[in-house]
Design a protein around this ligand. Structure first.
Ligand code: ZN
Length: 133
């Protein structure tokens, strides 16, 4: 059901500065995307079969701005790739896992996504992600 880690979402204050850091490691941004529904600008950095997504707020009421205000920069979520997102959500619900999203919604990179609540996941914001191919 869960195939791999799709990506790791990292909240950053300054996207350009964060990108420079990863470039020092020899990694490269594949694409940038603004996701208006989440009020974020994302830089996608592929690493093998997975990727790092650097997330920066495009507005003060962005979830990323709120995250940084509370916790500072750092890992914001981990995304697990699934084959069938609606099925994964109904199975999670059967297991009494608390869902933030009961229905899939559009995420970055053309994916459908849904979040599981950190209170069910030992404090990790987990995203289930049906990647677009
Ligand atoms: Zn994500």
């Amino acid at each position: 059901m869960i195939k791999k880690i799709s990506h790791i979402g990292i909240a950053v204050k300054n996207l350009d500065e964060a990108v420079k850091f990863y470039e020092k490691l020899g990694l490269q941004v594949e694409a940038y995307e603004v996701v208006p529904s989440q009020k974020v600008k994302v830089a996608f950095i592929p690493i093998g079969d997975t990727r790092i997504e650097l997330l920066s707020a495009t507005s003060e009421d962005s979830p990323i701005a709120k995250f940084i205000e509370k916790k500072g920069e750092g890992i914001q979520h981990i995304a697990l790739a699934v084959d069938d997102l609606p099925k994964a959500l109904s199975e999670a619900e059967k297991q009494e896992i608390v869902l933030i999203d009961k229905e899939p919604r559009p995420g970055a990179h053309g994916a459908d996504i849904a979040f599981l609540h950190p209170k069910s996941t030992n404090g990790v914001l987990l995203e289930l992600c049906k990647e677009k191919h």
